[in-house]
Design a binder for this molecule. Sequence first.
Ligand SMILES: [Zn+2]
Length: 331
Amino acid sequence: MCEHHEEVARPSVARRTLIRGAGGLLLGGGLVTASATAASAATSQNGWPAGYSSQIPLSRLVVGPADFPAGVRTGQVHTILGYVARRMHNEVEALVDGWCWGHAYRPISGSTTLSNHSSGTAIDINAPRHPLGAAGTFSSTQVSRIRSILSYCDGVVRWGGDYSTRKDEMHFEINVRPGDARLTTLVNKINGGSSYETNETWTTVRRGASGFRVTAIQHLLRARGYSLTVDGSFGSITESKVISFQRSRGLVADGIVGPKTWGALVITCQQGSTGQAVVAIQKLLTYRGYSLTADGSFGSITKSKVVAFQQSRRLYPDGIVGRVTWSRLTV
Ligand SMILES: [Zn+2]
Protein backbone atom coordinates (compact mmCIF):
# COMPACT_ATOMS: atom_id res chain seq x y z
CA MET A 1 0.00 0.00 0.00
CA CYS A 2 1.29 3.37 -0.87
CA GLU A 3 1.36 5.99 1.81
CA HIS A 4 -0.59 8.51 -0.14
CA HIS A 5 0.04 12.03 -0.98
CA GLU A 6 2.65 14.41 -0.13
CA GLU A 7 1.80 15.75 3.22
CA VAL A 8 2.52 13.37 6.04
CA ALA A 9 4.98 10.57 6.53
CA ARG A 10 3.44 7.77 8.51
CA PRO A 11 5.25 6.39 11.52
CA SER A 12 7.10 3.14 11.14
CA VAL A 13 4.69 1.33 13.45
CA ALA A 14 1.93 1.77 10.90
CA ARG A 15 4.16 0.88 8.01
CA ARG A 16 5.10 -2.38 9.68
CA THR A 17 1.56 -3.66 9.55
CA LEU A 18 1.46 -3.29 5.79
CA ILE A 19 3.99 -5.92 4.91
CA ARG A 20 3.28 -9.40 6.04
CA GLY A 21 2.21 -12.80 4.91
CA ALA A 22 3.68 -15.21 2.43
CA GLY A 23 1.51 -13.92 -0.36
CA GLY A 24 3.25 -10.60 -0.46
CA LEU A 25 1.86 -7.33 0.77
CA LEU A 26 -1.43 -7.61 2.50
CA LEU A 27 -3.80 -5.39 4.33
CA GLY A 28 -5.33 -6.54 7.53
CA GLY A 29 -7.75 -5.47 10.19
CA GLY A 30 -4.86 -4.82 12.51
CA LEU A 31 -4.03 -1.87 10.39
CA VAL A 32 -7.00 0.13 11.55
CA THR A 33 -6.30 1.67 14.88
CA ALA A 34 -8.39 3.38 17.50
CA SER A 35 -7.75 6.73 15.92
CA ALA A 36 -9.63 5.57 12.87
CA THR A 37 -12.87 5.43 14.81
CA ALA A 38 -12.81 9.09 15.56
CA ALA A 39 -12.34 9.83 11.90
CA SER A 40 -15.06 7.48 10.71
CA ALA A 41 -17.48 10.23 9.75
CA ALA A 42 -14.81 12.02 7.79
CA THR A 43 -14.08 12.17 4.13
CA SER A 44 -10.92 11.16 2.38
CA GLN A 45 -8.54 13.71 0.93
CA ASN A 46 -10.50 14.00 -2.32
CA GLY A 47 -13.80 14.69 -0.52
CA TRP A 48 -15.45 11.26 -0.70
CA PRO A 49 -17.07 9.66 2.39
CA ALA A 50 -14.59 7.31 4.01
CA GLY A 51 -15.12 4.30 6.20
CA TYR A 52 -14.52 0.67 6.95
CA SER A 53 -15.42 -1.78 4.22
CA SER A 54 -18.74 -2.38 6.00
CA GLN A 55 -19.56 1.33 5.99
CA ILE A 56 -19.20 2.33 2.37
CA PRO A 57 -20.42 0.71 -0.84
CA LEU A 58 -17.67 -1.39 -2.41
CA SER A 59 -17.59 -3.76 -5.34
CA ARG A 60 -15.05 -6.39 -6.13
CA LEU A 61 -12.54 -5.38 -8.79
CA VAL A 62 -10.82 -8.10 -10.81
CA VAL A 63 -8.54 -7.24 -13.72
CA GLY A 64 -6.64 -10.03 -15.41
CA PRO A 65 -5.23 -12.17 -12.62
CA ALA A 66 -5.40 -9.37 -10.05
CA ASP A 67 -8.15 -9.28 -7.45
CA PHE A 68 -8.01 -5.94 -5.66
CA PRO A 69 -8.53 -6.61 -1.94
CA ALA A 70 -11.77 -5.06 -0.64
CA GLY A 71 -12.54 -3.75 -4.11
CA VAL A 72 -13.30 -0.14 -4.89
CA ARG A 73 -16.27 2.16 -4.47
CA THR A 74 -19.37 0.93 -6.29
CA GLY A 75 -20.75 2.79 -9.29
CA GLN A 76 -18.97 5.43 -11.32
CA VAL A 77 -15.72 5.12 -9.37
CA HIS A 78 -15.66 1.37 -10.01
CA THR A 79 -16.18 1.92 -13.72
CA ILE A 80 -13.43 4.53 -13.92
CA LEU A 81 -10.79 2.82 -11.78
CA GLY A 82 -11.59 -0.49 -13.46
CA TYR A 83 -11.03 1.16 -16.82
CA VAL A 84 -7.68 2.54 -15.68
CA ALA A 85 -6.62 -0.83 -14.27
CA ARG A 86 -7.61 -2.69 -17.45
CA ARG A 87 -5.68 -0.31 -19.67
CA MET A 88 -2.68 -0.48 -17.32
CA HIS A 89 -2.85 -4.28 -17.52
CA ASN A 90 -3.27 -4.40 -21.31
CA GLU A 91 -1.00 -1.56 -22.36
CA VAL A 92 1.53 -0.79 -19.65
CA GLU A 93 2.33 -3.79 -17.44
CA ALA A 94 0.57 -7.05 -16.67
CA LEU A 95 -1.02 -6.84 -13.22
CA VAL A 96 0.18 -9.29 -10.60
CA ASP A 97 -2.27 -10.74 -8.11
CA GLY A 98 -1.35 -9.81 -4.55
CA TRP A 99 0.43 -6.64 -5.71
CA CYS A 100 -2.67 -4.55 -6.38
CA TRP A 101 -4.87 -2.91 -3.76
CA GLY A 102 -8.12 -1.05 -3.56
CA HIS A 103 -10.06 0.04 -0.48
CA ALA A 104 -8.33 0.26 2.85
CA TYR A 105 -9.50 2.39 5.76
CA ARG A 106 -6.48 4.15 7.04
CA PRO A 107 -6.07 7.57 8.53
CA ILE A 108 -2.77 9.22 8.00
CA SER A 109 -1.20 9.42 11.41
CA GLY A 110 -0.60 12.91 12.71
CA SER A 111 -3.22 14.27 10.34
CA THR A 112 -6.97 14.25 10.05
CA THR A 113 -6.58 13.48 6.38
CA LEU A 114 -7.71 10.05 5.30
CA SER A 115 -6.12 8.27 2.39
CA ASN A 116 -8.27 8.16 -0.71
CA HIS A 117 -8.08 4.39 -0.35
CA SER A 118 -10.29 4.96 2.71
CA SER A 119 -13.18 5.98 0.50
CA GLY A 120 -12.53 3.27 -2.09
CA THR A 121 -11.52 5.88 -4.64
CA ALA A 122 -7.90 4.86 -5.19
CA ILE A 123 -5.99 1.83 -6.44
CA ASP A 124 -2.39 0.71 -6.27
CA ILE A 125 -0.91 -1.26 -9.12
CA ASN A 126 2.00 -3.73 -8.83
CA ALA A 127 3.18 -1.99 -5.69
CA PRO A 128 6.50 -3.79 -5.15
CA ARG A 129 7.68 -2.68 -8.57
CA HIS A 130 6.73 0.94 -7.98
CA PRO A 131 7.55 1.68 -4.35
CA LEU A 132 6.49 4.87 -2.65
CA GLY A 133 8.98 7.65 -3.12
CA ALA A 134 10.68 6.08 -6.11
CA ALA A 135 10.64 7.99 -9.39
CA GLY A 136 11.27 6.47 -12.80
CA THR A 137 9.87 3.02 -12.04
CA PHE A 138 8.14 3.02 -15.43
CA SER A 139 9.99 3.29 -18.75
CA SER A 140 9.43 6.32 -20.95
CA THR A 141 7.27 4.20 -23.25
CA GLN A 142 5.16 3.08 -20.32
CA VAL A 143 4.85 6.66 -19.07
CA SER A 144 3.63 7.80 -22.48
CA ARG A 145 0.96 5.10 -22.34
CA ILE A 146 0.00 6.15 -18.82
CA ARG A 147 -0.30 9.72 -20.15
CA SER A 148 -2.65 8.44 -22.84
CA ILE A 149 -4.86 6.81 -20.20
CA LEU A 150 -4.86 9.93 -18.01
CA SER A 151 -5.61 12.13 -21.00
CA TYR A 152 -8.61 9.96 -21.84
CA CYS A 153 -9.85 10.48 -18.28
CA ASP A 154 -9.87 14.28 -18.68
CA GLY A 155 -8.46 15.10 -15.25
CA VAL A 156 -10.84 12.83 -13.34
CA VAL A 157 -7.98 10.52 -12.43
CA ARG A 158 -4.70 11.59 -10.88
CA TRP A 159 -1.54 9.52 -10.93
CA GLY A 160 0.77 9.43 -7.91
CA GLY A 161 3.69 9.78 -10.31
CA ASP A 162 2.50 13.35 -10.81
CA TYR A 163 2.74 14.31 -7.15
CA SER A 164 5.00 17.30 -6.90
CA THR A 165 7.09 16.08 -4.01
CA ARG A 166 7.11 12.44 -3.02
CA LYS A 167 6.21 10.29 -6.02
CA ASP A 168 3.81 7.38 -5.66
CA GLU A 169 3.90 5.69 -9.03
CA MET A 170 1.80 2.67 -8.04
CA HIS A 171 -1.13 4.92 -7.15
CA PHE A 172 -4.15 6.18 -9.14
CA GLU A 173 -7.03 8.06 -7.57
CA ILE A 174 -10.24 9.90 -8.32
CA ASN A 175 -9.37 13.58 -8.42
CA VAL A 176 -12.84 15.15 -8.41
CA ARG A 177 -15.47 15.40 -5.70
CA PRO A 178 -18.66 13.32 -5.47
CA GLY A 179 -21.28 14.56 -7.90
CA ASP A 180 -18.81 16.28 -10.19
CA ALA A 181 -20.30 16.30 -13.70
CA ARG A 182 -17.04 15.07 -15.17
CA LEU A 183 -17.63 11.67 -13.55
CA THR A 184 -20.78 11.09 -15.56
CA THR A 185 -19.16 12.38 -18.73
CA LEU A 186 -16.25 10.00 -18.34
CA VAL A 187 -18.39 6.99 -17.44
CA ASN A 188 -20.53 7.61 -20.50
CA LYS A 189 -17.40 7.82 -22.57
CA ILE A 190 -16.06 4.56 -21.13
CA ASN A 191 -19.30 2.63 -21.38
CA GLY A 192 -20.20 4.13 -24.70
CA GLY A 193 -23.56 2.38 -24.84
CA SER A 194 -24.50 2.34 -28.48
CA SER A 195 -22.48 5.44 -29.25
CA TYR A 196 -19.12 4.20 -30.39
CA GLU A 197 -16.48 6.49 -31.79
CA THR A 198 -16.90 6.54 -35.54
CA ASN A 199 -14.80 9.52 -36.58
CA GLU A 200 -11.50 9.02 -38.30
CA THR A 201 -8.63 10.98 -36.79
CA TRP A 202 -5.51 10.92 -38.93
CA THR A 203 -2.08 12.31 -38.21
CA THR A 204 -0.41 13.92 -41.23
CA VAL A 205 3.03 12.49 -42.01
CA ARG A 206 5.60 13.89 -44.44
CA ARG A 207 9.23 13.72 -45.46
CA GLY A 208 11.56 14.00 -42.49
CA ALA A 209 9.26 12.08 -40.17
CA SER A 210 10.29 8.86 -38.51
CA GLY A 211 8.78 6.27 -36.23
CA PHE A 212 5.80 3.98 -36.00
CA ARG A 213 3.56 5.88 -38.44
CA VAL A 214 6.24 5.87 -41.13
CA THR A 215 6.79 2.16 -40.59
CA ALA A 216 3.06 1.59 -41.10
CA ILE A 217 3.04 3.72 -44.26
CA GLN A 218 5.98 1.78 -45.69
CA HIS A 219 4.31 -1.56 -45.02
CA LEU A 220 1.10 -0.28 -46.60
CA LEU A 221 3.00 0.92 -49.68
CA ARG A 222 4.54 -2.53 -49.96
CA ALA A 223 1.08 -4.03 -49.59
CA ARG A 224 0.06 -1.78 -52.50
CA GLY A 225 2.85 -3.21 -54.63
CA TYR A 226 5.50 -0.53 -54.18
CA SER A 227 9.01 -1.74 -53.52
CA LEU A 228 10.82 -0.03 -50.66
CA THR A 229 12.69 -0.79 -47.49
CA VAL A 230 10.78 -0.58 -44.21
CA ASP A 231 13.09 1.48 -42.01
CA GLY A 232 10.68 3.85 -40.28
CA SER A 233 12.34 6.84 -41.88
CA PHE A 234 10.37 9.03 -44.33
CA GLY A 235 13.02 9.95 -46.91
CA SER A 236 13.02 10.75 -50.61
CA ILE A 237 12.29 7.19 -51.70
CA THR A 238 9.26 6.88 -49.45
CA GLU A 239 8.12 10.28 -50.63
CA SER A 240 8.42 9.28 -54.30
CA LYS A 241 6.40 6.11 -53.65
CA VAL A 242 3.70 8.12 -51.88
CA ILE A 243 3.56 10.50 -54.87
CA SER A 244 3.21 7.54 -57.26
CA PHE A 245 0.44 6.10 -55.12
CA GLN A 246 -1.35 9.46 -54.95
CA ARG A 247 -1.20 9.84 -58.76
CA SER A 248 -2.61 6.34 -59.20
CA ARG A 249 -5.57 7.34 -57.02
CA GLY A 250 -6.20 10.78 -58.48
CA LEU A 251 -5.16 12.45 -55.22
CA VAL A 252 -3.11 15.62 -54.91
CA ALA A 253 0.41 14.27 -55.55
CA ASP A 254 2.29 16.19 -52.87
CA GLY A 255 4.00 13.27 -51.15
CA ILE A 256 2.30 14.15 -47.88
CA VAL A 257 0.25 11.47 -46.14
CA GLY A 258 -2.77 13.40 -44.88
CA PRO A 259 -6.31 12.16 -44.21
CA LYS A 260 -7.20 11.46 -47.86
CA THR A 261 -3.99 9.59 -48.59
CA TRP A 262 -4.21 7.65 -45.33
CA GLY A 263 -7.80 6.73 -46.14
CA ALA A 264 -6.80 5.45 -49.57
CA LEU A 265 -3.68 3.68 -48.33
CA VAL A 266 -5.06 1.58 -45.49
CA ILE A 267 -6.47 -1.87 -46.14
CA THR A 268 -9.26 -3.38 -44.09
CA CYS A 269 -8.00 -6.51 -42.36
CA GLN A 270 -9.63 -9.17 -40.25
CA GLN A 271 -9.04 -12.70 -39.05
CA GLY A 272 -7.68 -14.69 -41.98
CA SER A 273 -5.97 -11.67 -43.61
CA THR A 274 -2.27 -11.94 -44.37
CA GLY A 275 0.54 -9.78 -45.69
CA GLN A 276 2.20 -6.42 -45.22
CA ALA A 277 -0.89 -4.59 -44.00
CA VAL A 278 -1.24 -7.18 -41.24
CA VAL A 279 2.41 -6.72 -40.32
CA ALA A 280 1.69 -2.99 -40.01
CA ILE A 281 -1.31 -3.63 -37.76
CA GLN A 282 0.66 -6.03 -35.55
CA LYS A 283 3.49 -3.51 -35.16
CA LEU A 284 1.03 -0.71 -34.38
CA LEU A 285 -0.72 -2.83 -31.76
CA THR A 286 2.64 -3.66 -30.19
CA TYR A 287 3.49 0.04 -30.16
CA ARG A 288 0.21 0.68 -28.32
CA GLY A 289 1.09 -1.93 -25.72
CA TYR A 290 -0.84 -4.88 -27.19
CA SER A 291 2.26 -6.93 -27.92
CA LEU A 292 2.18 -9.29 -30.85
CA THR A 293 4.56 -11.14 -33.13
CA ALA A 294 4.61 -9.29 -36.45
CA ASP A 295 4.28 -12.38 -38.62
CA GLY A 296 1.79 -10.95 -41.12
CA SER A 297 -0.83 -13.52 -40.27
CA PHE A 298 -4.09 -12.23 -38.71
CA GLY A 299 -5.08 -15.06 -36.38
CA SER A 300 -7.14 -15.34 -33.23
CA ILE A 301 -4.49 -13.71 -31.04
CA THR A 302 -4.24 -10.69 -33.32
CA LYS A 303 -8.02 -10.47 -33.32
CA SER A 304 -8.20 -10.54 -29.52
CA LYS A 305 -5.64 -7.72 -29.33
CA VAL A 306 -7.57 -5.69 -31.89
CA VAL A 307 -10.76 -6.14 -29.86
CA ALA A 308 -8.99 -5.07 -26.65
CA PHE A 309 -7.59 -2.00 -28.40
CA GLN A 310 -11.00 -1.14 -29.84
CA GLN A 311 -12.62 -1.47 -26.42
CA SER A 312 -10.00 0.78 -24.86
CA ARG A 313 -10.71 3.50 -27.44
CA ARG A 314 -14.48 3.02 -27.45
CA LEU A 315 -14.48 1.76 -31.02
CA TYR A 316 -16.94 -0.88 -32.14
CA PRO A 317 -15.17 -4.03 -30.89
CA ASP A 318 -15.59 -6.30 -33.90
CA GLY A 319 -11.92 -7.23 -34.32
CA ILE A 320 -11.93 -5.84 -37.86
CA VAL A 321 -9.35 -3.17 -38.65
CA GLY A 322 -11.16 -0.73 -40.89
CA ARG A 323 -10.49 2.95 -41.50
CA VAL A 324 -11.59 4.17 -38.07
CA THR A 325 -9.46 1.61 -36.22
CA TRP A 326 -6.54 2.27 -38.57
CA SER A 327 -6.83 5.98 -37.79
CA ARG A 328 -6.80 5.38 -34.02
CA LEU A 329 -3.83 3.04 -34.31
CA THR A 330 -1.84 5.66 -36.20
CA VAL A 331 -3.07 8.84 -34.54
ZN1 LIG B 1 -2.27 4.20 -3.16
